[in-house]
Structure formats: C-alpha cells, structure tokens
Ligand binder design. Structure first.
Ligand code: ADP
Ligand code: MG
Length: 248
C-alpha cells in the first residue's frame, strides 16, 4: 500500500499584488492520501480556487513545498505539462474548445501531451465519452450541448490524460439545477473507482455522501477539517458553525 500521501502541501503562502498586497493563502498545509476524496468549503474569497490552482501550478505558490506523488512541483525544473497531465482540473466554466468537436476536445492533448496516435486517442476518447454517458454526441460542437453535457465532456477530457489526481472547482455552480445531478453522478463514480479528488463545492449532499474529509477555509487558511459525519454535526469552531449555519 501507499505510505506516502499523493498530495503533500507544506506551509504554502500565496500573495497577489493587485496592486495592494493581498495574502490569498496563509501557511496552508494539507496532505491527501491515494484515493481520498477531500471536499473544500468556505466563503467566497477564502482562497479555495487559489489553493486548487496551486496544486497544478496554474498559480505558483510563493513559499513552502507542494509534493505531488513524490515530485516537488515548485521546483523550477519541474515539467509543467507533466504536472497538468497528472493533475487534472475541471472548472466552473467548462472551458471546452468551441471550434472543435466533442471528440476532438478529448483527443488533442492525448496526442500532443501523451504522444498517442490519433487512432489510440479516439478509441480512448470514445470510451471516456461512453463512461460519462455522452458517446452519441462525439461529433457535436460544445455549443450544441447542455451545460451538464459540456461539463461531462470536460471531465472526460481531463480523464483522457490518465491523471493521478482530479481537482474540481465548483463544477456544478454554473449549471441549471436539473443538470447538477448528472455531473455529480459522474464524480461519484470516479470516487468509487478510487480516483484521488479535491473538490470545491457547495453541494453538501455530495460532501456528506462522497467525501472522506471536509476542509473549511476562511481568509486563506484551513481552519478546521474532519470526516463529514463529524464535521457537519459537531464542528469545533464558532466560525465553522456560523458558515455552516448560512449554507445548510
Ligand atoms: P475562493 O475561490 O475561495 O472564492 P479565491 O482563491 O478565488 O477564493 O480568491 C482568494 C483571494 O485572492 C480573493 O481575495 C481574491 O480576490 C484574490 N485573488 C484570486 N485570484 C487573484 C488574481 N489572479 N489576482 C488578484 N487577486 C486574486
Ligand atoms: Mg473560487
């Protein structure tokens, strides 16, 4: 079994100069085990997105260490494309390539980043579209799909890289309510298959059902964390209680 955590974040800070100095992350430390599902909650502006983005170096943490599967991703020699392939990310806005078909969205990075042939990439792409329940749309353009369908394509596109870790930043926040369930179902299946996942979401039903651990962030810090059954019923801090009181 794996003794080392797959994600080991050691005391990272992140500052933005906007132009005034703003500390988005303040000495954040956190480990995630192989196959663990961690849900992050917290008020708007608390640093949730910044934290996720640091994990695949969309943002570069200013201090500390981030070790992903044994590799220090803050090492300037670290190959950023390799990091992004190993650490998939799904955003609130689906970010598909609008002028490409659904299948092309899934094959391009497989060929350029993973060096697969077109045939190989298409076979893998179709299998993943099948998995997220949308294979019949392979030739459509993103704009022809509903938001829920687009988000499922975006998840499949990340999975096509065979990532070790999947990050989700409010993946259902931009969806009409009737489409939230189909995206959460895909995520639940991934979790069941043992994918390591870090998920920022307001879907507390998902957190209760799927998360191994819930983290509460406020003002750039992880203030409290715990298994969902404890976290939701017996939070320790007043600040956590107050926040849960607002969203539950
Ligand atoms: P959350 O995802 O919890 O809403 P964010 O991580 O997006 O929070 O933001 C944390 C803080 O950092 C906020 O004050 C936000 O305004 C600021 N911030 C985030 N990204 C940038 C950026 N690219 N430039 C300047 N400030 C930013
Ligand atoms: Mg955010």
């Amino acid at each position: 079994m794996h003794k080392q955590p797959i994600i080991d974040v050691q005391s990272i800070d992140k500052f933005f100069y906007t132009p005034e100095r703003l500390q988005a992350l303040n000495r954040v430390s956190c480990t995630v085990a192989h196959g663990e599902v961690v849900v992050i909650i917290g008020p708007s502006g608390s640093g949730k997105s910044t934290f996720l983005r640091c994990l695949n170096r969309l943002e570069y943490a200013d201090t500390g260490h981030i070790i992903i599967d044994g590799v220090d991703i803050l090492d300037p020699k670290c190959d950023i494309n390799a990091i992004r392939a190993e650490v998939g990310m799904v955003f609130q806005s689906f970010n598909l390539f609008p002028h490409k078909t659904v299948l092309e969205n899934l094959t391009m990075a497989q060929m350029t980043v993973r060096g697969r042939s077109k045939k190989e990439a298409e076979a893998k792409g179709m299998a993943l579209l099948e998995k997220v329940g949308i294979a019949e749309k392979f030739a459509a353009r993103p704009e022809q799909l509903s938001g829920g369908q687009q988000q499922r394509v975006a998840i499949a596109r990340s999975l096509a890289m065979d990532p070790k870790i999947m990050l989700f930043d409010e993946p259902t926040s931009a969806l009409d309510p009737e489409m939230v369930g189909e995206v959460l179902d895909v995520m639940k299946n991934l979790a069941r298959e043992g994918m390591t996942m870090v998920v920022v979401t307001h879907e507390m039903g998902f957190a209760r059902e799927v998360a191994d651990r819930v983290l509460f962030m406020d003002k750039g810090e992880i203030l409290e964390q715990g298994a969902p059954e404890h976290f939701f019923t017996a939070p320790t801090l007043e600040r956590t209680k107050e926040f849960l009181g607002q969203i539950l």
